[in-house]
Design a protein around this ligand. Structure first.
Ligand SMILES: [Zn+2]
Length: 287
């Protein structure tokens, strides 16, 4: 059975900490390097529900995409929800390791998993990592569809292939416009609008899009894609858990570690319900 330090070293080869953004907080949050690891759980969010799932599963290591602590903290008292998670992890000998923006920029990374879930053919990163001579790492991915789809059909595919959330997929733009190329970026993507314009793609699939950036982006008809597709943040990053679990499985096989690797299916998207508006007139004006 490998020690935690060995498993972490393997994870660091996939997602080196130095490739994370400078504001990020990645790496091992909880764990004794000498403890043995036999069972690993992957999830997007290190929330209590997921920590409890790791306990129930008998996991020795929880790997999450989102950090537990992103800013400085002065307490891990169990009276705080983050402190409660730390207490539960330590009491149950479960380590916590985070791969966040270092996993976003990896090859393969978060957006590769998102593109893979939608059966998109990946052409190149949306924002290439200038330190990668092969040009394969970076933020987001520019992709091609095997067959052109309408925006409505692409949104339906995303809704079907990504894990179900209350939000589903929101669309900006003409639902009947035809899409051949699409940029994707797991997680919040509105900081990438300039790169999407420069890429000249037909559509952009991401999450967390806000009124003003989306409205201004779509208003610039001459330079913007036909459509924006906005999915739940959690849903756009969850496919990475399956990719990452498969990568660790392969490493475990290579080393003869015999790790049992699991992916949490618990929906930790904070939005829990959605009410569709009343039908609108064909003009689009509210009733
Ligand atoms: Zn995220």
């Amino acid at each position: 059975m490998p020690r935690l330090s060995e498993v972490i070293a393997a994870l660091e080869t996939l997602w080196p900490a130095e490739r994370a953004e400078s504001w990020d907080a990645v790496g091992t949050v909880v764990g004794d390097p000498d403890q043995e690891v036999s069972r690993v759980l992957f999830a997007v969010d290190p929330v209590q529900e997921i920590v409890d799932e790791a306990v129930k599963l008998g996991a020795d290591l929880l790997v999450t995409h989102h950090p537990l602590f992103l800013r400085g903290t002065t307490t891990v008292a169990a009276s705080t929800f983050k402190g409660r998670a730390v207490h539960t992890l330590i009491k149950n000998d479960i380590a916590l390791h985070v791969a966040h923006t270092n996993a976003d920029r990896a090859d393969p990374g978060v957006s590769d998993a998102l593109a893979g879930a939608l059966d998109l053919r990946i052409l190149r990163p949306l924002v290439p990592d200038t330190t990668d001579p092969e040009g394969r790492r970076g933020l987001g991915r520019i992709c091609e569809l095997d067959h052109p789809l309408t925006v409505r059909e692409l949104a339906a595919r995303a809704a079907e292939r990504l894990p179900a959330t209350a939000q589903g997929i929101r669309v900006a733009g003409d639902p009947d416009a035809v899409v051949r190329t699409v940029a994707v970026s797991g997680g919040s993507g509105d900081s990438l609008f300039d790169d999407v314009r420069a890429a000249g793609v037909d559509a952009f699939l991401t999450a967390d899009l806000r009124h003003h950036p989306a409205s201004e982006f779509m208003a610039d008809r001459a330079h913007s894609p036909l459509a924006l597709l906005d999915a739940a943040h959690w849903a756009t990053e969850w496919p990475w858990c399956e990719l990452a679990a498969a990568q660790l499985d392969e490493i475990s096989d290579r080393h003869g570690w015999g790790l049992r690797v699991h992916v949490s299916k618990t929906v930790t998207d904070p939005w829990t319900a959605h009410a569709a508006s009343a039908a609108t007139h064909s003009t689009g004006a509210p009733n």
